[in-house]
Design a protein around this ligand. Structure first.
Ligand code: UDX
Length: 456
């Protein structure tokens, strides 16, 4: 059994923190390292720097039990773990390829300081071939110290966590993908015993070669993003033809080859993974002389889809929105997170500001993060641009002409429609997530424009 393995996790972002906390919860002794002293301070004082359901509790309880520690001390973190997870950021370069500087710096620090066998595990989403670069970086550091003979393994272990469900995804995974070198039984055995407690069905641990493991991550996200862009494109067609994309979704999803999950047309995909991974895969394909028409299309459709709400607003109010006030429900790129990265709400808000509208925006948890990123997007405080961030869904409606729904938080699902109709001057809702039944909206006296369904 894996109990009591010594593990280091480098990087305390979403992936690193969830990985560290969940591995500690299984009884391992985990040290989490970050160069950002502010993050480590928050963690050491019993908080977490992100919003993720269930994470705070397991961070606190495992820290209290002494199984989970947070440090900025590189020497200590390298000395601690036999397993060294690299879970640092891989932001897109200007050309869309993943920037590996943090990954390789982490690898170098391990090579510089290790004194015994280590398994170095790429958890960050990295392009195919990164494990080779990690290996070279570690070997180079060892050689500089005259320790070329010191044994280490490099493993690829991509994550498939969904924000908002990350703890559950880690604890009860659909599958765990582990890429190891052929014949590296030592690393394979350690990875098997590490994940055994999380996997009741042994066939969910997929051991493969390193390049295939690295590629699997991109292939998975690219496939999911493709489904979404495909549905979004169909939704536009459904609208002009007078069909209902929700009926079509059920109609096609009941074929098990298609499946019902992840087929929702909406306001476009955002987040830290899909936009970045689609770009990176396109870049890799181009670099290898096989430019990807699919990825280019997936990205272009998504860029256009992020404009869909603004386009619908323009279809009703024309080009000039001065004197209009819009309530906006939901800012995070999806529910149960405060993550604003690549969120469709940012595209909408920029357009509302550009056309002179007043905005009253509400998000259950992302308000603070939204204020921060909007200031960057707009180049001024949101209030100065006419955006007021309010504390409840009802407050957002006050004085509004129409409501725009961008994120499908649960609390938006069953509003009091009569109250909505009387609060909104124009009795109008633009719904980017298809939360309501059009017929019900009509009965409540609301004008309702949603995605890929007949307007009413
Ligand atoms: C995703 C993958 O699901 C996960 O496996 C991977 O490890 C990281 O990227 P995440 O970005 O957290 O996870 O969010 P996810 O729930 O997958 O949603 C991504 C985006 O797609 C969101 O903007 C969401 O609104 C959108 N989406 C999702 C749709 O528009 N329609 C759908 O049917 C599903």
């Amino acid at each position: 059994r894996a109990h009591g393995m010594k593990i280091t996790v480098i990087g305390t972002g979403y992936v690193g923190l969830v990985t560290g906390a969940c591995l500690a919860e299984m009884g391992n002794h985990v040290v989490c390292l970050d160069v950002d002293a502010r993050k480590i301070d928050i963690l050491n004082s019993g908080g977490i720097p992100i919003h993720e359901p269930g994470l705070l509790e397991i961070v606190r309880s495992n820290a209290a039990a002494g199984r989970l520690e947070f440090t900025t001390d590189v020497a200590r973190s390298v000395a601690h773990g036999t397993l060294q997870f690299i879970a640092v950021g891989t932001p897109p370069d200007e050309d869309g390829s993943a920037d590996l500087q943090y990954v390789l710096a982490a690898a170098r620090s391990i090579g510089r300081l290790m004194t015994d066998y280590k398994v170095i595990i790429d958890k960050s989403t990295v392009p195919v071939g990164t494990a080779d670069k990690v290996r070279a970086a570690v070997a180079d550091e060892l050689a500089q110290r005259g320790h070329s003979g010191m044994a280490f393994s490099v493993v690829s272990n991509p994550e498939f966590l969904k924000e908002g469900a990350a703890v559950a995804d880690f604890t009860r995974p659909d599958r765990v993908v582990v890429g190891v070198d052929e014949g590296d039984d030592r690393a394979a055995m350690l990875m098997r015993s590490l994940y055994a407690p999380f996997i009741r069905n042994r066939d969910r641990l997929l051991v493969m070669d390193i390049k295939s493991a690295e590629f699997t991550k991109y292939a998975a996200n690219a496939m999911l993003a493709t489904r979404i862009s495909f549905m979004n494109e169909l939704s536009r067609l459904a609208e002009v033809m007078g069909a209902d994309i929700e009926a079509v979704r059920i109609g096609i999803g009941s074929d098990p080859r298609i499946g019902t999950h992840f087929l929702y047309a909406g306001a476009g995909y955002g987040g830290s993974c899909f936009p970045k991974d689609v770009k990176a895969l396109a870049r890799t394909a181009a670099e290898n002389g096989l430019p990807s028409q699919m990825m280019a299309a997936v990205e272009a459709v998504n860029d256009a889809q992020k404009q869909v709400l603004a386009r619908k607003v323009a279809s009703v109010y024309g080009e000039d929105w001065r004197g209009k006030t819009f309530a906006v429900w939901g800012l995070a790129f999806k529910p149960n997170t405060d993550d604003m990265r690549e969120a469709p709400s940012r595209v909408l808000l920029a357009e509302l500001v550009r056309r002179g509208a007043q905005v009253r925006a509400y998000d259950p948890v992302a308000a603070e993060e939204a204020a921060r990123v909007l200031a960057l997007d707009l180049g001024c405080a949101p209030e100065q641009a006419g955006i007021t961030l309010v504390n409840s869904a009802t407050e957002a409606l006050s004085g509004a002409d129409a409501l725009i729904i961008v994120t499908e938080w649960k609390e938006f699902r069953t509003p009091d429609f009569e109250a909505l109709a009387s609060a909104l001057r124009d009795r109008r809702i633009f719904d980017g997530r298809n939360l309501y039944e059009p017929a019900l909206m009509r009965d409540s006296g609301l004008h309702y424009l949603s995605i890929g369904r007949p307007a009413c």
